[in-house]
Ligand binder design. Structure first.
Ligand SMILES: Cc1ncc(COP(=O)(O)O)c(C=O)c1O
Length: 461
């Protein structure tokens, strides 16, 4: 069996079989009919194709003449023979992205402002890396992450987030989502059976605990964050928390609860998985350092560039205790052999050049201004509703009057082309009073007053 590649199609003929010319014609017709050879594509020259297939050039010329006569291909003097238009099978649907219809005013939480991605600085980092990286950088990266990014991250996290990160333990991931899955696998591998989570919280996290073969245990939260007493009664081997800005209530874990949580972990030899979500965005409160800095052997720190830069980067990191580090690194190796290396090098360059600090300083002011516009618009249009969780992050919670029907309001808002989420969608067992979650990361500041006016109409309606 002999094969050749034409511009991007594979032709097969059996040189020991009969009727070589007929075989070649049949292959070419099939390639054109199915669209593998598309309209306007040049065919290989008869000489090249003959050489590739190991047949005489005359045979290829005859096959081409036959297809020319049948109208499959066209030949123009002095240029390559190309595929004709009319014989091509109907166009197959182009690959399209899953498109979700987005409302005109989108308060979907969890998104940073895409119009403020630091394109120029990121491009400069990528360009520097591509220009200067040795050839070895194009092979498989270290599955734990490249040394430069782990070093830059340890320096940044220890300085800006108060962690006690040891670069040699850091594992790069494709974001919090993967990071948490790796933690669950490592926990399960050392015999963990149950992992507690904040109720309410992001629904996918419970699913990740279950998918790793462990029991997810909901623990309620209040205005001071996770109610640690609730954890005491559980038999959890670990707990997932968002101490800097509870998702979605926006509470910060109080100092007493932080201490109680770490005491629980030490007593039970359990682990605290710290989702350092939204930590870089705080507006009117003192920065709170990461829990990991206080108890690096009991806390697995999980970070992500999804809010600080953009979710599309799929860039995250873990700082595990020594006990869990090898198992997490091994889980990462088995999962995908490591995160994309060039992006890691670019990220390291971006951090080392001070661009991350500069970007965050700018974005803090940007989001604070947006938050102020949103809070002012809510106060003007809905003076009777309470807002909470506004001291940090990219979303707030709008507490609706008692007896409000959250779902009806979400539906009415959608009718007004305003996208909001109900608080109850994040609940496992918890019964929150009716509330909406409003993300203000991605919505344009200029749109906020009009959006709130429509939302107010939906709530009043
Ligand atoms: C609570 C919470 N943590 C972390 C993340 C970030 O996930 P990832 O890094 O996989 O994008 C999100 C994303 O929405 C989130 O809601």
């Amino acid at each position: 069996m002999k094969r050749t590649t034409s511009p991007d199609v594979l032709l097969r003929i059996d040189r020991r079989g009969p009727l070589l010319r007929a075989q070649l014609e049949r292959e070419l017709r099939a390639a054109i009919r199915t669209g593998r050879l598309r309209h306007g594509m040049p065919l290989p020259s008869s000489r090249a194709l003959a050489a590739d297939l190991g047949v005489s050039r005359g045979l290829v010329v005859e096959a081409y003449e036959q297809l020319l006569a049948e109208g499959y291909i066209v030949a123009r003097r002095g240029s390559a023979t190309t595929v004709a238009a009319r014989r091509i099978a109907p166009e197959r649907a182009a690959v399209s992205e899953t498109k979700v219809a987005r409302p005109r005013f989108d308060f979907r939480p969890g998104l940073p402002d895409p119009s403020h991605f630091p394109r120029r600085a990121w491009l400069a980092s990528l360009r520097r890396v591509l220009t200067s990286a040795p050839n070895s950088a194009f092979g498989y990266p270290d599955f734990r992450g490249t040394a430069t990014v782990r070093t830059s991250l340890a320096e940044y996290l220890n300085r800006a987030r108060g962690t006690a990160a040891d670069a040699s333990r850091i594992v790069l991931s494709t974001g919090f989502t993967q990071g948490f899955r790796l933690v669950c696998q490592a926990l399960r591998a050392r015999g963990a059976r149950a992992v507690a989570f904040e109720d309410p919280s992001q629904v996918e996290q419970r699913a990740a605990i279950k998918a790793a073969g462990m029991k997810p245990i909901p623990v309620p939260v209040d205005r001071a964050g996770l109610i640690v007493e609730g954890l005491e009664k559980s038999r959890a081997d670990a707990v997932l928390v968002t101490p800097a800005h509870q998702y979605p209530t926006g509470a910060a874990l109080s100092p007493e609860r932080r201490a109680a949580l770490l005491a629980w972990a030490a007593r039970r030899s359990a682990f605290v998985v710290e989702d350092d979500y939204d930590a870089e965005y705080r507006y009117d409160r003192e920065p709170v350092g990461a829990l990991q800095g206080v108890a690096p052997e009991r806390v697995v720190y999980v970070g992500s560039a999804s809010k600080t830069l953009a979710p599309t980067l799929r860039l995250g990191w873990l700082v595990p205790p020594a006990d869990l580090s090898p198992a997490i690194a091994q889980a990462k190796r088995l999962e995908d052999m490591g995160s994309p290396g060039l992006e890691q090098l670019a990220f390291a360059d971006f951090i080392a050049g001070g661009e991350l600090d500069r970007h965050l300083r700018r974005m803090r002011a940007h989001y604070r201004a947006k938050r102020d516009v949103l809070v002012a618009a809510l106060a003007a249009r809905l003076p009777h509703v309470q807002v909470s969780g506004i001291a940090a992050g990219l979303h707030l919670m709008l507490e609706l009057p008692a007896g409000s029907d959250e779902q009806a309001i979400v539906a009415a808002a959608a009718e007004h082309s305003v996208g909001v989420f109900s608080a109850s969608r994040y609940c496992a067992k918890a019964h929150l009073s009716p509330a909406l979650i409003l993300g203000y990361g991605a919505i344009a500041a200029e749109s906020i007053p009009a959006a709130v006016e429509r939302l107010a109409a939906a709530i009043r309606g």
